[in-house]
Ligand binder design. Structure first.
Ligand SMILES: Nc1ncnc2c1ncn2[C@@H]1O[C@H](COP(=O)(O)OP(=O)(O)OP(=O)(O)O)[C@@H](O)[C@H]1O
Ligand SMILES: [Mg+2]
Length: 230
């Protein structure tokens, strides 16, 4: 029997009903690991467009409020208190804002690593040393200017915070489509907490995923808080 994709909760941030996702919700992803790569890519693309359209409807104030709430959620996590090195990311576009979180982690004494996007879409890593240590990069990204530590730099993190458009209850993660975080997460040890930052309503019943996709172990949402997965 075909499985349907459903939102796990109502969607207070996006203010959307379940059937707004009709373009993808009636399609099975149960067999995603065996389906042709082109079909998997098509399903991811449909879902990405849907989620990005919902995010685009959010105003700057909502993005900032989500960023503040997520900052408090992350700072309250015991894993954060114990983390000497935290890998994070500078938000872009309609993502929940992370500038405050990055600053707070740095101020409390964590060593914060941020990504530098490489030409092949892999991620290099360099440290954050305050707001002046960032400079404009490709695609409107703000990137660290400190010396680069290489693509394996992420392996030194005790806590890894990543972007996502959606995650499902198994930890399958949908990103922006570069495969950058699939590569980066493959270099993270098996017991290191990996956390995706979402808006409320973006933890889904099922997200299409293939063999190269790397799962996250936790999601954080502004109102719902922390959900541990797997
Ligand atoms: N380990 C890898 N090595 C090389 N290419 C990869 C790897 N993982 C993924 N890719 C490439 O990235 C493409 C996009 O992957 P996918 O649709 O899963 O992106 P995503 O997870 O949404 O993006 P991101 O990880 O950047 O947030 C894949 O079709 C594949 O070509
Ligand atoms: Mg992926």
């Amino acid at each position: 029997m075909l499985e349907t994709l459903t939102r796990s909760t109502d969607d207070p941030v996006h203010g959307m009903a379940e059937n707004d996702h009709a373009a993808w919700r009636t399609e099975t992803t149960r067999a995603a690991k065996t389906m042709p790569e082109s079909e998997l890519a098509r399903r991811k693309s449909l879902l990405r467009k849907d989620l990005q359209a919902a995010r685009a409807r959010l105003g700057e104030a909502r993005r900032a409020a989500a960023g503040r709430a997520l900052m408090n959620v992350i700072l309250d996590m015991p894993e954060t208190g114990m983390a000497g090195t935290v890998a994070a990311y500078v938000s872009i576009g309609s993502e929940p804002q992370t500038a405050g979180l990055i600053y707070a982690l740095w101020k409390r004494g964590s060593y914060v690593l941020l990504p530098v996007l490489l030409a092949d879409k892999d991620l290099d890593w360099a440290s954050y040393e305050g707001p002046d240590s960032l400079a404009p990069g490709p695609h409107g990204l703000l990137q660290p200017t400190e010396p680069r530590r290489g693509v394996t730099g992420i392996a030194s993190a005790d806590l890894v915070i990543v972007p996502a458009l959606a995650v499902d209850h198994e930890g399958n993660r949908l990103g922006r489509g570069g495969g950058s975080y699939d590569r980066a997460l493959a270099r993270v040890g098996p017991v290191v907490p990996t956390i995706a930052l979402l808006y409320d309503g973006e933890l889904l019943g099922e997200v299409p995923a293939g063999p190269h996709d790397r799962r996250v172990r936790t999601v954080a949402q502004p109102a719902t808080g922390v959900t541990r997965l797997g």
